[in-house]
Ligand binder design. Structure first.
Ligand code: GLU
Length: 419
């Protein structure tokens, strides 16, 4: 789709994906506009006191893309590149992701433009609490339920839950998910996105007839998603031969010892310098000749500039939006099997849903129940997407988007356009 902006944003990609769904489903341009336009957007200033006594004003956002199927749901990102366009794209993808998994939610996303590595823990607490109090009028267990994302953790959710609870005067665990287990979090939430990525790696390998034992893979990102995904893959016998983080990348063709690398990262903060591997150019991690690559960091890392060089037959998107629209067209042309983000990384919001249910019931599940339910629901979604893609002869991403958009549209049609 043509755009008059000088550079394309992730939101342009998200809207182009929606156009593709429109071509297949044949809904009207008015309905396209309705789905392409977030229902509500909030931009807030976040004035904070630095530890040296000075004052600084940060910028934050919360975008609620859709409510047709239920309250809005989606994470909060603390990262330097956060802007309204990025948050809009991420919010739209949350609507599709929740619908694809059959969750009773719409989609939302939030973010603060900040490089968290430059702030102390006490400063980050002030940022999170002030951001929460600024967006407080539009969040709540029945309205919009935040969760962690890039740059935020269980601790941020504990601060958010406390700030909200202090304001209303009683403890409200259901206001956000991804909380510490002691505060109403769910067992299995911390590793849920990684486990889901692993289920999709397993399903994709099986589809292409590749044995998991001895298969090879690489992972971009060693944060909440990448680290766990690499560990689950290695445990299942997949040789993870290269891993990168924001600082660099390491390689070992015999398979990296993920547990040992994790210890090294806990001690030093980065993957480089790990004695069990050699350093490599992080730009090449997704381009190695392996069976599966897992981009699990940020958006737009597979683009027209490098997609032609992707050799792996399988790409499993642990991150949100790691393949941009042009990059995706190249992967499809080259016959790659791409498990799209809204399916591949949906384990996080799925277990967030289980957490929200547990928080509201005050009845907590054991880990087995959480993970069995996660596997059943994700494999059901995989089967639906895979079968629909085969029936319509379309890529998995298009199939997943079409199935999700159809559900959101159907919910909207049943409710009707107010007034
Ligand atoms: N931030 C995660 C995602 O992008 C989880 C969202 C949630 O649990 O609400 O899917």
């Amino acid at each position: 789709m043509a755009t008059d902006k000088p550079t394309r944003t992730p939101f342009d990609d998200a809207k182009d994906q929606l156009r593709k769904a429109q071509e297949i489903l044949g809904f009207s341009d008015g309905q396209y506009e309705m789905l392409a336009t977030p229902r509500r957007e909030m931009a807030v200033a976040i004035p904070i006191r630095r530890d040296d006594g000075s004052t600084e004003v940060l910028h934050g956002y919360r975008v609620q893309h859709n409510f047709s199927r239920g309250p809005a749901k989606g994470g909060i990102r603390f990262a330097p590149q956060v802007d309204l366009e990025e948050v809009r794209a991420l919010a739209m993808w949350m609507s599709w992701k929740c619908a694809l998994l059959g969750l009773p939610y719409g989609g939302a996303k939030g973010g603060v433009t900040i490089d968290p590595s430059k702030y102390s823990q006490a400063e980050l607490e002030r940022v999170m609490r002030r951001y929460t109090s600024e967006i407080l009028p539009i969040i709540g267990p029945e309205k919009d339920i935040p969760a962690p994302d890039v740059g935020t953790s269980e601790q941020h959710m504990a601060w958010m839950m406390d700030t909200y609870s202090q304001s209303v005067g009683y403890t409200v665990p259901g206001v956000c998910t991804g909380k510490p287990v002691e505060l109403g979090g769910s067992l299995g939430r911390a590793e849920s996105t990684s486990l889901g990525v692993f289920f999709m790696v397993k399903a994709a390998l099986k589809k292409l007839g590749i044995n998991m034992e001895g298969a090879t893979g690489t992972v971009q990102g060693f944060g909440k998603v990448g680290r766990g995904a690499a560990a689950f893959m290695a445990r299942a016998g997949i040789k993870v031969v290269a891993i990168s983080d924001v600082y660099g990348a390491v390689r070992n063709d015999e398979g990296i010892d993920i547990e040992a690398l994790g210890k090294h990262v806990d001690e030093t903060g980065k993957v480089v310098g790990f004695s069990g591997a050699t350093e490599m150019d992080p730009a090449d991690v997704l381009l190695l000749d392996v069976d599966v690559v897992v981009p699990a960091a940020i958006e737009s890392v597979i683009t027209a500039a490098n997609a032609e060089k992707v050799k792996a037959p399988i790409v499993v998107e642990g991150a949100n939006g790691p393949t941009d629209f042009a990059g995706d067209a190249i992967l499809v042309k080259n016959g790659k099997l791409v498990v799209p983000d809204i399916l591949a990384n949906s384990g996080g919001v799925l277990v967030s849903y289980y957490e929200w249910v547990q928080s509201r019931d005050n009845f907590f599940w054991d880990l087995k129940r959480v993970q069995e339910n996660q596997e059943i629901r994700m494999m059901k979604a995989w089967k639906e997407v895979d079968e629909y893609a085969a029936k319509k002869q379309i890529p998995l991403r298009v199939a997943a988007t079409v199935l999700s958009v159809e559900r959101v549209l159907h919910a909207h049609q049943m409710r009707g356009l107010y007034p």
